[in-house]
Design a protein around this ligand. Structure first.
Ligand code: PMP
Length: 413
């Protein structure tokens, strides 16, 4: 039975907010199920981009003139919106970056300048996106630290007993995603953070997939670092956030040098600006920063609890439908706690072949390894087809995907 919150979800109104959804591809209504890769933008976000360039485009933080002050105020107001959204204690704990990948590289590069050393250990998990693996591998190569990996079970859940065995006094940092992009598994990060802290280790959460789907409170989680990308939360590309606890950010040396991040530059000695500017060298992505705040306001107007309930309904509906209708359906990843991602295979048909046919039928799914090759290696598969839902998707669209899968299967079998 559908809950009242789901029955009252204003789906018709919401769909009208996203102009891109109202189009045909190859003569069919577009069905966009690639939300884990990137989300579509509501009209308020599109308008805010145009408004910035038509009304107050100017560089921030360094001008006394009207436009510069207006741009600076809007940029800093957005930082405050994000602070509130994450429930960070201080606004200077919110750093603007290019996205999740950039945030993780910032932490890895900064910690690599003396805070992580040979003999230290860094723990990641088998469920990570490449961007939460490779920067740590590179850091280990530079410093002589060792990388350890939390294994997962056949459902795509991290094995918590194995995590506990990996933790020791040598562990300096644990870096794990809140939600897996490839399988949708939701990791119990609050407990994992407490366990890391009991061993004196920092914890970085890759929140790229959680911020669009659920409420996050960095103080309640007690996360040391939490990062996400604007484009996955209905905002622009090229902008993202790194939250870090004040005390750690103060301890960390800057990652890049340049304008904005300095207090005073002399040839004999340069001193650095305070937070957050110490980590924001150069002209930032001003429009992106401003508009990310608008995207977050938009999501909050709908309500993250309402979004989560609606998307859970889509997940359960879609999973049952595909399981019941297709004996060949193989679900990859059925963690007990899951977000709205269905990663799957159909018999021994290559996911790429299936994805190409679905595309011609107007349905955008992602096929491949989803930048998580170790997960695919674990299951011994080349990749999956992934349908990832956002709050503007509908059950009717899932029905159409099932019909398209049947057609594609008949063509390819
Ligand atoms: N981590 C996760 C879990 C992701 O889903 C993604 C994007 N697919 C990233 C990191 C990297 O994000 P970006 O490319 O926006 O930096």
């Amino acid at each position: 039975m559908m809950s009242e919150a789901v029955a009252q979800f204003p789906i018709e109104k919401i769909r009208k907010d996203f102009p891109i959804l109202n189009q045909e591809v190859y003569g069919r209504s577009l069905i966009y199920f690639d939300n884990a890769a990137s989300t579509q933008k509501p009209q308020v976000v599109i308008d805010a981009i145009s408004e910035y360039y038509s009304d107050f485009n100017s560089n921030v933080h360094r001008g006394v003139h009207y436009l510069s002050q207006k741009a600076t105020d809007a940029f800093e107001a957005s930082r405050e919106t994000i602070r509130k959204h994450l429930n960070a204690e201080h606004v200077h704990e919110v750093l603007f970056t290019k996205g999740t990948t950039d945030s993780i590289n910032l932490v890895a590069n900064s910690l690599g300048q003396g805070l992580i050393k040979a003999g230290d250990q860094i723990i990641v998990s088998h469920l990570e996106h490449h961007s939460n693996i490779v920067p740590w591998q590179m850091l280990c190569q530079r410093t002589g630290a060792k990388l350890k990996v939390i294994p997962m079970n056949e459902r795509g859940e991290l094995i918590q007993e194995e995590y506990q065995k990996l933790l020791s006094s040598k562990t300096k940092l644990v870096a794990v995603n809140h939600i897996s992009n490839a399988l949708g598994s939701i990791n119990p990060i609050k407990e994992m953070i407490a366990q890391a802290h009991a061993h004196g280790a920092w914890f970085l959460v890759d929140g790229a997939q959680s911020i669009p789907h659920q409420k996050v409170d960095v103080q309640d989680l007690d996360a040391d670092f939490y990062c996400f990308s604007g484009h996955k939360v209905f905002g622009p590309t090229g902008i993202g956030v790194l939250y870090g606890k004040e005390q750690i950010l103060e301890e960390m040396p800057p990652y890049q040098g340049g304008g904005e991040m300095i207090a005073e530059v002399r040839f004999d000695q340069t001193t650095y600006a305070g937070l957050p500017h110490k980590f924001e060298a150069g002209t930032p992505h001003i429009e992106g920063g401003i508009v990310l705040g608008k995207a977050i306001d938009y999501v909050n107007q709908i309500g993250l609890d309402e979004i989560a309930a609606y998307e859970q309904e889509l997940l359960h509906y879609g999973t049952s439908l595909l399981k019941d209708r297709f004996p060949s359906f193989r679900l990859i990843g059925d963690a007990q706690e899951k977000t709205s991602v269905i990663s799957f295979l159909m018999g021994d048909i290559h996911p790429y072949d299936m994805g190409v046919i679905l595309d011609k039928l107007g349905i955008a799914v992602r096929t491949g390894h989803h930048c998580t090759q170790p997960i695919m290696q674990h299951f011994g598969i080349p990749g999956t087809m992934r349908a990832s839902f956002a709050f503007y998707n509908t059950k009717a669209e899932i029905d159409q995907m099932a019909d398209a899968l049947e057609r594609a299967q008949n063509m390819l079998s």
